[in-house]
Design a protein around this ligand. Sequence first.
Ligand SMILES: [Zn+2]
Length: 362
Amino acid sequence: MKKKLYALLGLIVIITIFCVIIIMGLDKENNEDRDDTRIQVVTSFYPTFIVASNILDGIPEIRVQNLTDSTTGCLHDYQLTTQDMKIISTADLFIMNGGGMEGYIDEVIGNYPDLNTINLSKDIPMLESNHHHEHHDEDHVADQEDNHLKVHDDDHTENHNEDHLEEQDQKNHENISHEIEYNSHVWLNPRLYIKQIENARDGLIDYVKSNSSLEAEKHEEIITKIEANAENYMEKVTQLDEDITEELKNLNILNKEVVIFHDAFAYLADRVGLVVAYSVEMDSESQLSATEIADIVDHIKEEGIRYLFIEEQFGDTIAQRIQDETDATVYIIDSAVTGDGSRDSYLTAMKNNLEVIKEALQ
Ligand SMILES: [Zn+2]
C-alpha cells in the first residue's frame, strides 16, 4: 500500500517537473521569437524618436524605442543609466541627432563598437554656439540665407566613416584652435529638419537592404513603405515651412533682435529672420551670476531689444526679472524636445511657435 502511494507521489513529482520544463521552454521560445523577428531601432531622445516614428509607421517588422523618456528634453549633460545601456544592448540600430547632442555617444560606441548608427545631422550646416557671448550681427545682415552657417559634421559618427577621417582631422584642429562650439538643435529650422528626415530615410533604407535576417521579399515592401512615409512627412514639414514664409511676410521682422534662453531657438530665429543678440543657456548646470544678469539687462536697454524667447522646461525666473527691468517681453517657445509621443507633435509645436512669433512681432 505504502509502496503504491510513494510510486504515485513520485509520478506526480516527475509529471510536474516535466510540465514546468515544457512551459519554461515555450515561454523562452516566445521571447526569442519576439526579439528575433523585429528589428530593434533605438532613438536617442524625443526629436529623433518622432522622426523615426513617422518614417517607420505601419512597419510591423521594425520596433522603435526611445532611449530617454518623452519628458527628458534636451540631452545636455545627460548621463546614461544602466537601464539605458540594457536598451542599447538590444538595439540593431541607433538613431542620434549628432553634432554633440549625445554627449554619451563615446561611451555607447566604446561598449558596442559594432552598433549601427544613423547620424541625422550628417552634412547639415550648423550654427556656432554663441551662448554667453555677444553675437556679431553683421554676418546676418550680409547674408540672410544659409551662407553664414558653418558646416560641421559630427565628430563621433564621422569616426566610423573612414572616407572623411582626414578631412575631419583638419576640422578638429581648426575647431580646437578657434574653440568653436556648434549648436546641434538644427530641427528647429524646418528646412534643416527636412534634411534630417532624408538622412533618417536613407540610413534606414541602407540598413534594411543589408539586413540578412529579413526575408528577401520583405526588403522591397519595407523600403517602399519607408519611402512613402518619409515623403508624406516631408510634405507636411514643407507645408509648415511655406506657412512660416506666408504668415510672416507682411511683418517687419528683418534684423530685429531677440534674446534667447535656449540655444535651440537660434535656428528658429534664423529661419524667420530674427537676429540673436544674446543667448543665455538656462539649464540647471549654469546659473547666471548677478553681474551677468546686469550685463544682459544693460545690453537689452542699450539695444532696445523687445523680445525674450524662453521655454518652460528651463523655468523663467531670470527672463521674468529681465522683463521687469526692461521694455522686453517674454514669449514662450517650444523646442519640441518633449511631448505626448504623437507623430504630429513636432508639427504641432512648430505651428504654436509660429503663432507666438506672429503675436510677438505684430
Ligand atoms: Zn537644448
